[in-house]
Design a protein around this ligand. Structure first.
Ligand SMILES: [Zn+2]
Length: 306
């Protein structure tokens, strides 16, 4: 794997304090900043792969059902129902369940977390206890990837050297291959506004889980640098709106479910009104401006680059 220099033009933390390691698992001496070579915020040095592997073999990522349904709808609008969808980091298969409900039949999932055993019981698709590295090694060995569309839901923020991963995916995918990615939208304008107004620490800096911090702009740049172009994008509800309305669920976690319920009510009411298309348009409009708590993008191979 080629590694870049990682020259940082601005520093958020050096070192990242123990308070940003909320799992009681702390490695001293890591910094976080905007890396000019990669074009996005990330930690440095990246934790050792063996350390991360041990962490994730024990820790099951929570899955947010609503986000999965929205991402599935975005991908379904950009992929043929005949295509093979490969979900890397599929957890318990919840996302592929959504794709199955939308009429997609060729479904493959990989994960190394405990949820994979439940995925195998779903009664459709093919599920493997394997990492993204193993998936790519197999694609490189056989000269072709398992699928036409690769999905990585909240994966890219967790991996070391994501540009190297994207370039390997570019080589593994067929020429018309599709990549569907979701990541948190971090250091976003609304987050920065809240940080300035209230003097909080950047609450979304979360170690050792999140090693990379993307915005719509930097994710698009990273995809371009890896030979992909974004063909569609949307956003999830900008939860920071609640913070800026003084429903401060960072200071008082008990308010978290209140904010969540309001966001769900908004979406449910739009859908009940039969205006799901308007809801989609609203989120696409936010995405175009760089707003929204999470980024959802569909990208295609742009050609020979990468
Ligand atoms: Zn870098």
């Amino acid at each position: 794997m080629t590694t870049t220099q990682h020259r940082f033009s601005s520093i958020v933390y050096d070192p990242i304090p123990q308070s940003r390691w909320p799992r009681g698992y702390f490695v001293d001496g890591l910094k976080l900043g905007f890396c000019d070579d990669c074009g996005f915020h990330h930690v440095y040095p990246y934790p050792d792969d063996a350390v991360l592997k041990a962490f994730y073999s024990q820790y099951e990522m929570p899955t947010a059902q609503a986000n999965l349904a929205e991402t599935a709808r975005l991908l379904a609008q950009n992929a043929s129902p005949a295509s093979t969808i490969v979900d890397i980091g599929c957890g318990d298969g919840s996302f592929l369940k959504e794709m199955h409900a939308l009429g997609f039949g060729n479904l493959v999932g990989f994960d190394t977390s405990p949820g994979i055993e439940r995925a195998k019981q779903l009664g459709f698709g093919r599920f493997f206890n394997a990492s993204v590295g193993e998936f790519l090694a197999r694609a490189e060995e056989t000269g072709r990837s398992e699928g036409d569309a690769v999905v990585m839901i909240n994966v890219l923020e967790h991996v070391t050297e994501p540009l190297a991963l994207l370039r390997r995916l570019h080589r593994a995918l067929p020429d018309d291959g599709v990549l569907c990615i979701t990541v948190p939208n971090d250091f976003s304008p609304l987050q920065r506004a809240f940080l300035k107004a209230k003097g909080h620490e950047p609450w979304f800096v979360w170690l050792p889980d999140h090693l990379n911090y993307f915005s719509f702009e930097t994710l698009s740049t990273a995809l371009k640098a890896s030979g992909f172009e974004v063909v569609d994008q949307s956003a999830l509800y900008p939860m920071e709106l609640f913070l800026l309305q003084d429903l401060d669920y960072i200071a008082d976690p008990a308010l978290g479910p209140v904010a969540h319920a309001r966001r769900v009510a908004f979406e449910d009411n739009m859908k009940a009104a039969g205006m799901t298309n308007t809801l989609d348009h609203f989120y696409r409009t936010l995405a175009a401006g760089g707003y929204g708590r999470d980024i959802m993008v569909v990208a295609r191979k742009a050609g020979g680059a990468g």
